[in-house]
Design a protein around this ligand. Sequence first.
Ligand code: PFF
Length: 452
Amino acid sequence: MTDKIVPRGAFTSKFGIVAAAAGSAVGLGNIWRFPYVAGENGGGAFLLIYIGFILTIGMSVMLAEFIIGRRAQKNALGSFKKLAPGKPWWIVGFMGIVAAFVILAFYSTIAGWTFEYLIQAIGNGFAGKDAGAISQMFTDFQTSTTRPLLWQLVFMVLTAGIIVCGVQKGIEKYTKMLMPLLVLLIIIMCIRSLTLPGASEGVNFLFKPDFSKISGKVILEALGQSFFSMSIGMGALITYGSYIQKNNKLPNTTFQVAMADTVIAILAGVMIFPAVFAFNMEPDAGTGLVFQVLPNIFTEMPGGYIFAVMFFLLLSVAALTSTISVLEVVVAYGIEELNLSRKKATIIFTSAIAVLGVFATLSFSELSEFKIFGHTIFGSLDWLSANLLLPLGGVFIVIFLGWVLGKKAIVDEVTNNGQIKMRFLRVFIFILKYIAPVAIVLVFLNAIGVLG
Ligand code: PFF
């Protein structure tokens, strides 16, 4: 089943689908966001709750998105319009488009940082520096203006460039080759980090849950991180689902993507935390954590130069395979709902997002004193998307599938019209209809203190 001619864009092979969806899921969320959020929320206990959310709610929302997208064969907003004509469900799709704007605006800031670090790595900029000097280097860069903005712009243009090429030639082609290489490199770095003197403290931090650290806030952060990392709750996987052909086994694809995403987040933790403790750093250093830690690992390993270059190159690519899925949400909407050409939609939306992105980047320099409820603009966008927009989108997605579209549609899609069996069908429907919506709402209310 390769190279079939299909009217809309479509992924042409099974591996292509998994690579594209895993490419979306695996990104800065795993390597930059997971360690920093886990570090701020106590480590082991956070990890445990995070994995619990992925296995239950996360995988269900992911499968739900694939089902909706493949059934409707439309963009995130159009899918709801087509499956529930004349009803206001399209608003859920619209929320997803808003979330895409918000995510891309701040994500491109961090993606820009990876470019800066790639250039530093190429210029051997970490050599001979101790942990203090490496931290200083990060702070100096982060608080400057021109370079972070420039890199952000470069990154946005690259994302747009791939999206203009469309589904097969753009998204599928690039993601297939590069993800496996990134995993290999992370494993090598894990080994180095684990063999540093004093590494065991970091291992304990990540794997020994301290249950006294659990609070409503920690639980919401774990939920938000699971949604962000799996790319769920905003229609990115509805959009990708619409490019999946009818004979693909959606439950298997979901399982593979979720596993890849989780394993890579855990590996990122194993790479970062032993080094954090070995170099006497603090695990709750926030958004700069990985950028301050990773260079120390490189300077401590033979061949560090080449590993550093490859690592930041692949991290940039991982970021890119995620951002293209975010931009595709908005562009697919522009093409199908606003009748724009792919090129026009890409240019218009990329420019609009870039404007918001400038404010996110300047949050670390000129606008660092500007706070909304105690968060910088960057912090607000980050928090708003992961902890509010995505889980809320998730609630509506599962309610839509479980209660509105209903059992027949679900069974048709997960069994490919009765051709294959799905083992956990009942569990899945139960989670969709009852567990996921109630749990997400409770987690949220608990975190904002409504439950006392
Ligand atoms: N999952 C991506 C990551 O972990 O880096 C980020 C992301 C991509 C979030 C696509 C949401 C999305 F729709």
